[in-house]
Design a binder for this molecule. Structure first.
Ligand code: 13P
Length: 257
C-alpha cells in the first residue's frame, strides 16, 4: 500500500521569516506530529524560503521540501528560471503544471511534460497536476479532459515515483468542493488511465504513483477525501497557511486506515 501524503502549498504567501515561523510552529509538540507515522509531509514554501524551512524540518524525519515550479532546461540563458538539478540540492519534490501555472503563466501540456521529465531526470519526485476547468466540469467532460492531460503530460515518462495531483480548477481557493463520490470516481479513472500507461502494478496499490486530491481541503473535509479508496492524500493551499489547520489535516489523513 502507498504511504499517504499531505502537501502544504504556501504559494506566493509568507516571507522567509514567516515561513520559518510556520514550520517551527508546525513542529511544536502541542501538534503531536511525532505521532504521525504513515503519512509523508511535504512543504512547498517560496523558492526563497526553501533553505531555511529545510533547516527547521531537518529536526524530524518524514517532512520533505518541495518546489512550487521547475524549469525544464538543465542550464543556460533562461533568466529567472530554476532547473531541476538546482532544486535537487534542496528539494525532494516539485510541482509540474500546477493549475495556477497553467492559468497565469502559460504552462502548456508540452511544457508540463518537459517539467515532469526534468524532475525525474534529476531525481526529484514530480507532483504532476491535472484538473478540469469549471466549463469542462459543467459540460460533463471531466474524464476526457483529464485523459488528455495525463496522456500528454506523461507520454514517454517511464514509471517512477510520482504524485498525480487532481485539482479541479473550479475548486481551488473557492471553498467550492466536489462531492466525495465525484472525487472517488475521478481518482479511480485516473488510476485506470495510469494503469493503461504503466501497467497495473505502477498505479493500483503497491505503486510509487500516488493519487492526491486538492481543492479547498480543510480540517473538516480532509478525512473524507483521504478515506476514499483511490486517494492517497491531499494537497492543501489556503488552509496550510495556518500551522494549526495544517496539523489537523495531517492527523486526519494519518488516522485514515
Ligand atoms: P486551496 O486549498 O487553496 O484550494 O489550494 C489547493 C492547491 O492549489 C494545492 O496545490
Amino acid at each position: 500500500m502507498n504511504r499517504k501524503i499531505v502537501i502544504g502549498n504556501w504559494k506566493m504567501n509568507k516571507d522567509i521569516r514567516q515561513s520559518v515561523e510556520c514550520a517551527e510552529e508546525l513542529l511544536q509538540s502541542k501538534y503531536g506530529l511525532d505521532t504521525v507515522n504513515s503519512t509523508d509531509i511535504v512543504l512547498t514554501p517560496s523558492f526563497l524560503a526553501l533553505n531555511e524551512v529545510k533547516k527547521v524540518c531537518a529536526q524530524r524525519s518524514g517532512i520533505y521540501l518541495g518546489a512550487q515550479d521547475v524549469f525544464y532546461e538543465p542550464s543556460g540563458s533562461y533568466c529567472g528560471a530554476i532547473s531541476a538539478a538546482m532544486l535537487s540540492e534542496v528539494c525532494s519534490y516539485a510541482f509540474a503544471g500546477h493549475s495556477e501555472r497553467r492559468m497565469y503563466f502559460g504552462d502548456t501540456d508540452e511544457m508540463v511534460y518537459r517539467k515532469v521529465r526534468a524532475c525525474t531526470d534529476a531525481g526529484i519526485v514530480p507532483i504532476f497536476c491535472i484538473g478540469e476547468t469549471g466549463r469542462a466540469y459543467s459540460a460533463g467532460r471531466t474524464k476526457a479532459y483529464l485523459r488528455y492531460q495525463i496522456e500528454h503530460g506523461l507520454k514517454d515518462v517511464r514509471p517512477c515515483d510520482m504524485v498525480v495531483l487532481y485539482e479541479p480548477v473550479w475548486a481551488l481557493g473557492t471553498g467550492r468542493t466536489p462531492r466525495t463520490d465525484e472525487v472517488e470516481e475521478v481518482m479511480c479513472f485516473v488510476k485506470e488511465t495510469l494503469a493503461g500507461l504503466y501497467g497495473p502494478d505502477r498505479s493500483a496499490g503497491q505503486a510509487a504513483v500516488r493519487a492526491v486530491y486538492a481543492g479547498s481541503v480543510c480540517p473538516e473535509n480532509a478525512a473524507a477525501y483521504a478515506a476514499l479508496p483511490h486517494v492517497d492524500g491531499v494537497a492543501v493551499g489556503t488552509a496550510s497557511l495556518c500551522a494549526q489547520k495544517l496539523a489537523a489535516i495531517i492527523h486526519a489523513v494519518d488516522r485514515v486506515d
